[in-house]
Design a protein around this ligand. Structure first.
Ligand code: ATP
Ligand code: MG
Length: 301
């Protein structure tokens, strides 16, 4: 897999750029297809670090592709935007981009982040402590941080513009934003079914899938299609199953950015811009991503 650490992707102007996120850049191949290119950038506490994590973009791409192949075998009728992992001919002079790229169908994105939580943590835990609810849904009293929920919950959020912050919304509000009852019901149903299938798979490999974020789009026939990246450590909370129980009631170690977050907090750099991560933290973080990939897919890198 990619040996160099790539923070800035340079495709030499060969395709028009459609968007650039914290980690990925998106290019238009033609009217129907997009190219997703994952860099080695890493963000923590919503800030991108100055240096990257070697291999990360390729690992995230491979993980997404693993799930795009696996999920339709588990969730009947599931369609995904994934086409293939080859480079379009116009990029044939840049073969080093292949491992970090995937071609997808270009669709109309449904304007919510479709989050599913199987465990209570993060912003869900914060809301629960204040009001006993998560996204306005009342939960039983007495839950502790990190506990498994009685059943997985659909807890959507808004999709903020770049730089903005997504806000948790009630399922009713999400249905309003989607503005089509049939589509909204399908998004909820697919999200819960995908989470359940993925959590079962992850559990077999020693990983707790605490929560995750999906995005969906609509194709020309208004079919609901799974888009974006899926079930990577950037879009999901992966916890080691082994230490889950002993860590109930406090923050769980996560499979990806734990070393980085601990280092940032220890140095008083949490939320600061322009941070260069030292080599040992980079290496340990790279190792965590590799471990998550190898556990979930059963493949070695
Ligand atoms: P970040 O995730 O870094 O906070 P972001 O969401 O803007 O920022 P990305 O996730 O890299 O950045 O951007 C991907 C964008 O592409 C999202 O807006 C997503 O909705 C959109 N997208 C994903 N899949 C498709 C698709 N198949 N067709 C059209 N747009 C898509
Ligand atoms: Mg995103």
């Amino acid at each position: 897999m990619a040996s160099q650490t790539v923070v800035n992707i340079d495709i030499q102007g060969k395709l028009p750029k459609v968007a650039s996120g914290k980690v990925r850049d998106l290019y238009a191949i033609d009217d129907d297809k997009l190219l997703f290119v994952a860099s080695d950038r890493i963000s923590a506490y919503d800030v991108i670090m100055d240096n990257g994590i070697p291999g990360k973009g390729a690992l995230l791409t491979a993980m997404s592709i693993y799930w795009f192949n696996y999920l339709p075998t588990q969730v009947p009728g599931l369609k995904t935007h994934y086409i293939n992992n080859s480079l379009p001919p116009v990029l044939s002079s840049l073969p080093e981009l292949k491992d970090r790229s995937m071609q997808v169908q270009r669709l109309r994105v449904i304007p919510i982040e479709s989050i599913v939580r199987g465990y209570i943590t993060g912003s869900g835990w914060s809301e629960y402590m204040k009001s006993g609810t998560v996204n306005g849904i009342t939960l039983p009293a007495g839950l502790i941080e990190g506990q498994k929920l009685p059943k997985p919950l659909w807890t959507p959020s808004t999709k903020a513009e770049l730089g903005g912050k997504d806000e948790n919304i009630s399922p009713e509000k999400a249905r309003e934003l989607i503005d089509n009852a049939k589509v909204a019901a399908k998004v909820e149903e697919l999200s819960l079914a995908i989470y359940t299938a993925a959590a079962a798979r992850a559990e077999e490999t020693g990983i707790v899938l605490a929560d995750t974020k999906f995005e969906f789009g609509l194709d020309a026939d208004d079919n609901v299609v799974l888009v974006d990246e899926v079930l990577t450590p950037d879009s999901s909370r992966f916890w080691p199953k082994e230490t889950w129980e002993e860590n109930l009631g406090r923050a769980q170690p996560s499979f990806d950015k734990q070393f980085l977050r601990d280092w940032l907090t220890g140095q008083g750099l949490k939320g600061k811009e322009g941070v260069k991560v030292p080599e040992d933290v980079v290496m340990k973080t790279a190792e965590k991503y590799r471990e998550a990939y190898e556990k979930i897919t059963g493949k070695s890198t």
